[in-house]
Design a protein around this ligand. Structure first.
Ligand code: URP
Ligand code: ZN
Ligand code: ZN
Length: 482
């Protein structure tokens, strides 16, 4: 006779976005089938011995195998990127299919499926980056949304990516009509260009000038402009990788006005600072060049406060993997590249959860429900993957992390599983790491060993996200009054 369950996790101290409860978790065919005690017979059993069990992490912002320019190549493809994610407790990733200018969105998606197909250890969905708005591209959106691509990133900076204000407004209008979520990279292109030219003409090329070319007002102006466009069109948006006070003030202002403006922040704005961008001749600091740049410690505190007071809905890695000592990475323009020629982005898909669990939950800055919200449940909701993903609930995929919170160690790159030759978090202490990570019922990480099977990760078509609904639709009372 067959056992009732493939796996039972006994004595789990479960944390969801809403609750904490003790239970055994019964898993069959990759999904959670029972929560309770004395569940019945099983093939395998794990005793969690009262350890925290959280839903598997969902990284809603990571970059794998994107086409880059000028000889630059991302170090991580789907295989190494998803392996690294899994070893840090993440069981679903949502990277980006990038539209090259002149390309249809459908071709961009097809290209990216070819890169992902049978290459991922864990489940994945796609956002699409729109870089070229025209009538044909806007007409492609409804079909793509219905096929499960329901979130689109747009850029307000980078010459080869940015959209004009009018193209942003048109894109927001189509997103509103068809129920998609627009993610905005909010930095003001013209301000950055002007500052960069001034810095370069004064001979300032070191990495530290990256931060000076993108001060907070650059982010504030673009954040405010994006919010204004969202208000104009009456559509929710998500401001991604928010770095500090000035952008947060704009987001709070909008949220207090009742606008559905969501925000994301990332580990670099809690754990890195302008000091990491080095001194006058410190080119190793290219390792920490990302945009927006890390700010000062006061801003780190303000970002923590934004997490504590729910101004941020999600916490993502923005893993953008370029190796340092690599002619295809940070050194594509030589060993002492001018700051404006360095590939923007840093790795972090594996360290995201242990850093936040240790310095957020274990340091009493966040409660564990908040941790689950911003690393998993809200991400699933934001991108239309809930309730299949993002919770410990009957019927949900059995994506789970059993935490070891007695695991003090320093982060070092040799322990990580990405293909990047450094971590910007080298030497930072963590007190917790996943003891066991389970993806659709299968153990993929245990006792510091990776057990994944490449190709086991499935593509996840996304539903139209509830948070993307314009405000009027979320209030039945207002609808009646119309
Ligand atoms: O510097 C960053 N953040 N690189 C990754 C690409 C992006 O804009 O998110
Ligand atoms: Zn961005
Ligand atoms: Zn990014």
């Amino acid at each position: 006779m067959n056992n009732q369950f493939d796996l039972i996790i006994k004595n789990a101290r479960c944390a969801t976005a809403a609750d904490i409860f003790s239970a055994d978790i019964g898993i069959k065919d990759g999904t959670i089938k029972a929560l309770g005690k004395d569940l019945g017979s099983c093939d395998d059993e794990i005793d969690a011995k009262g350890a925290w069990v959280t839903p598997g992490g969902i990284d809603g912002h990571c970059h794998f195998a994107e086409p880059s320019k000028n000889g630059v190549k991302m170090a991580d493809d789907f295989t190494s990127g998803s392996r690294s994610a899994a070893c840090g407790g993440t069981t679903t990733v949502i990277p980006f299919a990038v539209q090259q200018r002149g390309q249809t969105l459908k071709d961009a998606v097809a290209d990216y499926h070819r890169k992902a197909n049978k290459q991922s250890y864990i489940d994945y969905a796609f956002h699409i980056i729109i870089t070229d708005v025209n009538e044909q591209v806007l007409q492609e959106l409804p079909d793509l949304i219905n096929e499960g691509y329901t979130s689109f990133k747009i850029y307000m900076t980078y010459d080869d990516m940015k959209l004009s204000d009018s193209d942003i407004i048109k894109t927001l209008a189509v997103a509103r009509e068809h129920g998609a979520l627009i993610m905005v990279h909010a930095e003001s292109s013209d301000c950055i260009t002007w500052l960069t030219e001034r810095l370069l003409s004064a001979g300032h090329t070191a990495p530290k000038y990256h931060a000076e070319s993108r001060p907070m007002l650059v982010e504030r102006e673009a954040t405010h402009r994006a919010i204004t466009f969202a208000e104009l069109v009456d559509v929710p948006i998500l401001i991604v990788h928010v770095s500090g006070r000035e952008a947060i003030e704009q987001i709070r202002w909008a949220q207090n006005k009742g606008l559905k403006i969501y925000a994301e922040t990332c580990p670099q704005y809690l754990f890195l600072s302008t000091d990491d961008l080095g001194g006058e001749d410190d080119y190793e600091a290219t390792k920490c060049i990302c945009s927006p740049p890390p700010r000062d410690p006061d801003n780190q505190r303000i970002v923590w406060e934004g997490l504590q007071s729910d101004n941020f809905s999600i916490f993502s890695s923005d893993h953008a993997p370029f190796s340092y000592a690599d002619p295809n990475g940070k050194q594509a323009e030589g060993k002492k590249p001018s700051f404006n020629k360095v590939a923007n982005g840093i790795p972090g898909v594996e360290t995201r959860l242990p850093l936040l669990f240790s310095h957020g939950v274990m340091s009493n800055k966040l409660n564990i429900e908040q941790f689950v919200q911003i690393t998993s449940t809200n991400v699933a909701k934001m991108y239309g993957l809930y309730p299949q993903k993002g919770s410990i609930a009957i019927g949900a995929d059995a994506d789970l992390v059993i935490w070891d919170d007695q695991n003090s160690q320093k982060i070092t790159n040799d322990k990580l599983h990405h293909a990047v030759d450094y971590t910007p978090y080298e030497g930072i202490n963590v007190d917790a790491w996943p003891a066991i990570t389970i993806n659709r019922g299968k153990i993929i990480w245990q006792d510091n060993q990776f057990h994944g099977t490449v190709g086991n990760g499935h593509f996840l078509p996304c539903q139209k996200p509830t948070p993307a609904r314009p405000k009027v639709h979320s209030s039945p009372f207002k609808r009646e009054a119309e």
